[in-house]
Design a protein around this ligand. Structure first.
Ligand code: PRP
Ligand code: URA
Length: 209
C-alpha cells in the first residue's frame, strides 16, 4: 500500500505555475524548485513525532525542547532531484544526503542505475527520496526498491509533478511508502513526458538545453 498526499497549498501552486511556464529561465527555475521543496517538506513533517530533550535557556531555566527522534536522510534521484536538496536542507540542516544516480533511456523509457551512495546511518532512519518528476514511475520504483533491498524501512517520496501512469506503477511495484506530490497531471505523451508537466526537469534546472 502507498499513502498519497497531494500538497496543494496556494504557495506551492503559485510556484509550480512559475516552473511550468516555458519562459522561466534556469536561475528562476532552480530558486522556485528549492522553495517548493521547502514548503513540501514543511507540510510533510507536520505529523512528525519529535522526541523530548532537556535544555537550559539563557534565563538559567531548565525546560523541555524537541528534536528529531531519528536521523533524516535526503536522497535525490540524480540529476533533477538535486534541485530540491538545498530547499530541504534550509529547513532540516542536520539531514544527511545520499545519492541515487538513474537515467531514463530515451527510447525504452527504462531507468538504469549508475550510482548509489548512502551515508552510514541506522536502517530506521527517515529516508526522503526526492525527484521532481514521476513520469512512468520507473526511476522512483527502482530507487525505492534499491533502498529497501539495502534495508531501509522508513521511506517517503517527495515529487512535484506525477502522471497517473507513474502513480499506478508505484502502487503496483512498491509498498509501505508515503508519497507527497504537488500535482497529479493528466497523462504521459508518446515520448514519456508528463502533460502538461514542466518539460525536462534536469535540463531546466541545470540549463543544459
Ligand atoms: C528524469 C526525472 C526523473 C525521471 C522520471 O530523469 O528527473 O528522474 O526522468 O521519469 P520516469 O518516472 O519515467 O522514470 P532523467 O532520466 O531524464 O535524468 P536527469 O534527471 O539526469 O535528466
Ligand atoms: N522526466 C522529466 O524531466 N520530465 C518529464 O516530463 C518526464 C520525465
Amino acid at each position: 500500500m502507498i499513502n498519497i498526499k497531494v500538497l496543494d497549498h496556494p504557495l506551492i501552486k503559485i510556484k509550480l505555475t512559475v516552473l511550468r511556464d516555458k519562459e522561466t529561465n534556469h536561475t528562476e527555475f532552480k530558486a522556485n524548485l528549492n522553495e517548493i521543496a521547502s514548503l513540501m517538506v514543511f507540510e510533510m513533517l507536520r505529523d512528525y513525532k519529535t522526541k523530548d530533550i532537556n535544555i537550559e535557556t539563557p534565563t538559567k531555566t531548565k525546560t523541555i525542547g524537541q528534536t528529531f527522534d531519528k536521523e533524516i536522510v535526503i536522497v535525490p534521484i540524480l540529476r533533477a532531484g538535486i534541485g530540491m536538496v538545498e530547499g530541504i536542507q534550509n529547513l532540516v540542516p542536520q539531514a544527511r544526503v545520499g545519492h541515487i544516480g538513474l537515467y531514463r533511456d530515451e527510447k525504452t523509457l527504462e531507468a538504469h542505475e549508475y550510482f548509489y551512495k548512502m551515508p552510514n546511518v541506522s536502517k530506521d532512519s527517515v529516508i526522503i527520496v526526492v525527484d521532481p518528476m514521476l513520469a512512468t514511475g520507473g526511476s522512483a520504483v527502482d530507487a525505492i526498491n534499491k533502498l529497501k533491498q539495502d534495508g531501509f524501512k522508513n521511506i517517503k517520496m517527495v515529487s512535484l509533478v506525477g502522471a497517473p501512469e507513474g502513480i499506478e506503477n508505484l502502487k503496483k511495484h512498491t509498498s509501505n511508502i508515503d508519497l507527497y506530490i504537488a500535482s497529479i497531471d493528466e497523462k504521459l505523451n508518446e515520448e514519456g513526458y508528463i502533460i502538461p508537466g514542466l518539460g525536462d526537469a534536469g535540463d531546466r534546472i541545470f540549463g543544459t538545453k
